[in-house]
Design a protein around this ligand. Structure first.
Ligand code: PEP
Ligand code: MG
Length: 830
């Protein structure tokens, strides 16, 4: 019996992974053979195989026929026709391209040297230098010489041996590594993949058959619209290589994977396991031509603090292999063919980065304590267990947000309970008794998963996501809860539920926890029955019932990313309204105080785990609003602790009250900048800004060094823009005064603490001024609020420098303190 039915593909991205797997799952229960015939390109695919369906390359508006052959083909055809008409058109989401970060302007101290820069998007910050090395790819073409299989084991034997090898490795592995090995095992056992090889074996040796299968599946996947499937090419290659190496152990395909000197690694793609295998002593930076900010490799790079740039032109970069390059993820560039001047810029930038790290590291192990003794806990946001140890080392007092949905993404099926248990357990052990807040999966809506087949939504942020999908995917939720409760025997775990908006939801969650506790008890498994439960406060409705919620849960953590968009009704991903997406509104600030006030009355603590928690500008208001904990990505931790150490809690509280009384965002911004400039903590003259023997080779380096130092000292939050302000003044007229002196100066919004920097140079440099070379620089960088002071100091200084004895005194001084005394006496004593 055979039937057929014609359809038209209405999916905007064609039949890629998600619709294909849905179609496959609908076809699978029937006994008959079902195939898809694409009428545009003639491709035919087995409708019971996801890989095969994707291979038909069925795109939007393609006509195709489903053919049914076998005993229940009529029933299958009727069911499939109904499915195709009713469900299939709505089973997909649009795929949005990666948005490229706005690039930071290149500072003039670099751009004036006309550097060769390749632009990219920074995903992990930092500056690095090293030899550009390509991530080694095995040369599979070497196996093409293996033209005979005489005396060789059969393909079946080779296949069996590789399955055994992978299974053995998987037993030894844990976490991410184990997941990757599982994925490779499933490719190795894929019916279509094996059938293809078997067919080729009829007329080709094993090597050729495997390589042909690799090429065929590679071509098919690369055509796919699914990023997920395209990324699987590398996995198929890994599997093919294992088979080839096993079949031909004598072929020498030595992969150069050992790093032996400071390296910037270039790769078109890099799998997490490849990243983990690299020697981190020598890995200084990563340049990837293609990777998303949520890719596991990038998450690992962030955890290991390896500066990472993506979306870089691979070919241009590849042409520079084996040469030394600089990677600057602050500017979002790779500098190639650096000449002496360009190298000088980057060497100075590296030195400044080192000094900055050194300064922050003083705060790593300290508590975040205000000058008047108020403590705020600083925790880390993580997405996988491997991030915990570096976060704790970087000063985290715990994990404030473990985004577990990352475990569920980039895979074809949900992780097992055991796999999750291991992941949570590893995180808890690495936290060494410090609290780890594990947020249950925040998936659905804008974070869809292929394998859940959730319906397409017109308004996903207000839709079917997080706690709202748990009742439908109950077993998935239960397995996550069981994994957390079991892992909680190994550390201080807490559970946090996302997107809760009423009491009913949290009561339901508590029932489910009781239920899985019962299951665990019955199964005789060890678990912790007193894991604290909290919720994300990210839906405005919760703010008005914090008192009721406080009876149900033990803690609250404000998700400022979502809360801002819901409170202000501004889509966080919509460029058209991005200027409205700002938490510095009186409404948002008043809301914070409302939450902390009520939560405290009920003895509950309140944290914040959205991006806002690491915003230095808003920090005084967060402290003043009474937040108990701030959770952020780990590179921000020591810096935030340092900033808190310079704040007074009483002043923050007063500032917060004033901000809540402001009517507009502009008023709040003014209030903050006035408060910042009123801070008299840092004097205009400071020994840390005086250099008695500065070794610089040109004007650019001198300005870079002095302004960079201001950034390192925290006197400016944006030294790169401050430098631009200095150069803007230099462009109008050069600030060389003659007799070896120069007074570069600016009044700027980009300096919080007005500063006079002084540098007596090792040797004179060309200042590009009619007044000759310069060996003594006095740089004035004054905040706009002190603009009257600016001209006073400048003219007084210029007048004094006419006198030879004053110049002589300054040049003779060998100690910073002496220079400060001279300037103090001459400029500020009446
Ligand atoms: C938030 O909404 O602020 C938050 C931390 O959750 P996510 O960014 O993962 O939605
Ligand atoms: Mg959120």
């Amino acid at each position: 019996m055979s039937f057929q039915q014609q359809f038209k593909c209405v999916l905007p991205n064609g039949i890629h992974a998600r619709p294909a797997s849905l179609l496959e799952s609908v076809c699978n229960p029937y006994y008959c053979d079902i195939s898809l015939h694409n009428l545009r390109n003639g491709n035919v695919g087995n409708a019971k195989s996801m890989l095969s369906l994707v291979g038909t390359d069925t795109l939007l508006n393609d006509e195709f026929v489903l053919m049914f052959e076998g005993e229940d083909s009529q029933t299958a055809m009727l069911a499939l026709t109904q499915f195709m008409n009713e469900r299939f058109p709505y089973c997909d989401d649009d795929i949005t391209p990666v948005e490229v970060q706005r690039s930071v302007p290149i500072p003039q101290s670099l751009s004036r040297h006309q550097p060769f820069l390749l632009r990219g998007k920074s995903l992990v910050n930092g500056i690095a230098k090293g030899k550009l090395v390509a991530s080694s790819e095995a040369d599979l073409s070497l196996f093409l010489n293996c033209s005979s299989d005489q005396g060789k084991p059969s393909f079946q034997q080779v296949h069996k041996a590789v399955v055994a090898e992978l299974e053995a490795e998987k037993l030894q592995a844990s976490g991410k590594e184990s997941e990757i090995l599982a994925a490779h095992l499933s490719i190795l056992q894929d019916r279509e993949f094996l059938e293809y090889i078997e067919e080729q074996l009829v007329h080709q040796p094993i090597a050729h058959a495997i390589l042909a299968a690799l090429e065929s599946f590679k071509a098919m996947l690369e055509r796919s619209n699914s990023q997920y499937l395209r990324e699987r090419v590398l996995d198929i290659k890994d599997v093919a290589l294992r088979l080839l190496v096993n079949a031909y152990p004598n072929v020498n395909i030595e992969q150069q994977s050992q790093l032996s000197e400071a390296t910037i690694l270039l790769a078109s793609e890099l799998t997490p396991s490849q990243f983990l295998a690299l020697d981190k002593r020598y890995l200084k930076g990563l340049v990837l031509s293609d990777a998303g900010s949520t890719s596991h490799t990038v998450i690992l790079a962030r955890a290991f603090d390896i500066p990472t740039l993506v979306n870089v032109d691979y070919e241009l970069c590849h042409a520079e292999l084996n040469s030394e390059v600089y990677l600057d993820c602050l500017l979002g560039v790779v500098a190639i063919k650096a000449d002496d001047n360009v190298s000088v810029y980057f060497e100075r930038a590296l030195k400044l980065q080192q000094q900055q790290k050194q300064r922050f590291s003083e705060y790593t192990d300290k508590l975040a304590m205000t000058t008047d003794g108020h403590e705020v806990e600083i925790a880390a946001n993580i997405a996988c267990s491997i991030e915990v140890a570096p976060a704790i080392k970087g000063g985290a007092q715990g994990v404030g947000l473990f985004r577990t949905e990352m475990l569920f993404m980039d895979r074809s099926e949900a992780p097992s309970e055991q796999c999750q248990y291991q992941e949570y357990r590893e995180a808890l052990i690495a936290a060494q008794g410090k609290p780890v807040i594990i947020r249950t999966m925040d998936i659905g809506g804008d974070k869809p998963l292929d394998y859940l087949n959730l319906p397409k939504e017109t308004n996903p942020f207000l839709g079917y996501r997080a706690v709202r999908i748990y009742p439908q995917f109950l077993e998935l939720f239960h397995s996550q809860l069981r994994a957390i409760l079991r892992a909680a025997c190994h550390g201080a775990a807490k559970i946090m539920i996302p997107m809760v908006h009423n009491v009913e939801e949290i009561r339901w969650v508590k029932q489910q926890i009781s239920l899985v506790e019962k299951q665990l008890k019955e199964a005789g498994l060890e678990y912790n029955n007193s894991v604290p439960l909290g919720i994300m406060v990210e839906v405005p409705a919760t703010v008005f019932i914090i008192d009721k919620l406080a009876h149900e849960v033990e803690f609250f953590s404000i998700g400022s990313n979502d809360m801002t968009q819901y409170l202000l009704a501004v889509d966080r991903d919509n460029d058209a309204v991005s200027s409205l997406y700002n938490s510095l509104s009186p409404a948002f600030l008043r809301m914070l105080g409302q939450i902390t006030l009520v939560a405290k009355q009920y003895g509950r603590w309140v944290g914040m785990c959205g991006e806002l928690a690491a915003d230095p500008k808003i920090l005084p208001l967060l402290v003043g609003a009474g937040l108990d904990e701030l959770s952020m990505s780990s590179p921000n931790i020591a810096k935030t602790k340092q900033q808190i150490a310079g704040l007074s809690f009483i002043e923050c509280e007063a500032l917060y009250q004033q901000a809540c009384e402001c009517s507009t965002r502009a008023e709040i911004e003014k209030l903050l900048s006035d408060a910042e400039s009123e801070k008299t903590a840092l004097p205009l003259l400071d020994e840390a800004c005086v250099f008695t023997q500065l070794d610089v080779i040109n004007k650019e380096e001198a300005i870079q060094a002095l302004v960079g130092n201001i950034g390192v000292l925290g006197r400016s939050q944006n030294a790169l823009l401050l430098e631009e302000d200095i150069w803007a003044r230099e462009e109008i007229f050069s600030t060389g005064l003659g007799n070896g002196f120069a007074i570069p100066h600016t009044k700027s919004d980009n300096i919080e603490h007005s500063t006079i920097s002084i540098a007596h140079l090792d040797h004179a440099i060309n200042w590009h001024s009619d007044s000759g070379d310069v060996d003594f620089i006095i740089m004035l960088t004054l905040n706009k609020a002190h603009s009257d002071q600016h001209m006073q100091i400048f003219s007084k200084l210029a007048r004094k420098l006419i006198h030879e004895d004053f110049r002589g005194q300054l040049k003779a001084a060998t100690e910073p303190s002496k220079i400060i005394t001279i300037l103090q006496n001459e400029l500020f004593s009446s």
